[in-house]
Design a protein around this ligand. Sequence first.
Ligand code: KG4
Ligand code: ZN
Length: 348
Amino acid sequence: MTSGPLVLGIETSCDETGVGIVSGDTLLADAVASSVAEHARFGGVVPEVASRAHLEAMVPTIDRACETAGVRLTDVDAIAVTAGPGLAGALLVGVAAAKALALGLDKPLYGVNHLAAHVAVDQLQHGPLPEPCLAMLVSGGHSSLLRVDDVTADIDPLGATIDDAAGEAFDKVARLLGLGFPGGPVIDATAASGSSIAIDFPRGLTSRRDLERHRFDFSFSGLKTAVARWVEARERAGEPVPVADVAASFQEAVVDVLVRKALDAATSAGIEEMVIGGGVAANSRLRALAAERAETVGVRVRVPRPGLCTDNGAMVAALGAEMVARGRTPSTLDLPADSSQPVTSVLV
Ligand code: KG4
Ligand code: ZN
C-alpha cells in the first residue's frame, strides 16, 4: 500500500523524454524515451533534434507511464515539470505539455529545478532524504557540489566545474579514443580491463594555489587535453595505444578529484550524509571509490541505482511530491522555462 500525493513528473531538459509517477516516495512508473541514438553521429546532443524528439515522444511516454502505474490521468494530484536548467527548446516542450495537463485536469503545477530533482530522486530508493546533506551532481551538463538544507527550498552551491562537465569529459575522451557516444558507459566498461595507475594524468584544480580559489570547483578540460596529447605522442611514435589503460587512468583522474573534493566539502561543513546523482553517478569506479573513502571519514553515501541517476521523469515527480508534502505554493500557469535556472531557485 502506498501513501502520499500522486504526482506525475515530466523531464525534457536534454535528450531524455521522461515521465514518472510517484505516490509520496514510492515509485510507480518511470517511462523514458531517449533520442540519444539520433545524436550519436554528431558526438553530442543536437538541441533542435532533441526538441523534435520530445514533441513526438511526449504523449506516448505519458500513456506508457500511466499504464505502468495503473493510474488514470484524472487520479493524479499534481503535475511537476523541469523548468530549467537545460536546453531551451527541449525544456519548452515539457513545460508546455505540463501546462496543458495542469490546465486540462485542473491540478496544481510545480515547475522545478532539474538539479534539485537529481537529489530528490534518491528518496525513491533509500527513503526520506537526510537534510542537511552534501549533494554531488555529475552529468553531461553539470558537475556541482551542493549543500542541501531543504531540497524544496534551500540549496546552496558550494562549487562547480569551471569548464567541461564531468560527463562531457567522458564523452570527449571516448570520442578521441574512438569508443563512441555517450562516452561514460563505454569508458567505464573499457576501463575494467585496464590499469588505473598506468598513466599519471593530471588532477584539475588540486594544487595548493588552485585550492585557495577553487577548493570545491572542478576543471576537466586540462585532463582531456592531457589525454589527447598522450595518445598523439604514442601514435606519432608508431606505438599502439593501450586503450583500456588510457580509459582506466583517465577515469581514475576524474573520479579521484570528484570524491576528494566532495568529501572535503562534506567534512569541512560537518555534514555526514552525501548523495551522488546525475549520469556520471552510474560510474562503477566512482561508486566504489566514494563508498570506500567516505567510510574512512565517517560520511554515509547514498547513490541511486543507475536508471535513477540519468535523466528521468521519476526524479521530477519525486521533487514534486516533496513540494506537495511540504506545502509549497504551486507555480502559476505563466511559468517560464529558464535554460540557466540557478540551483538556488528550486521552485519557479
Ligand atoms: O544525467 P545525464 O543522463 O544527462 C545530463 O543531464 O547530462 O548524464 C549523461 C552523462 C553523459 O555524459 C554520459 O557519458 C555520462 O552521463 N555517463 C557516465 C556513465 N553513464 C553515463 N559517465 C561515466 N560512467 C558511466 N557509467
Ligand atoms: Zn541531468
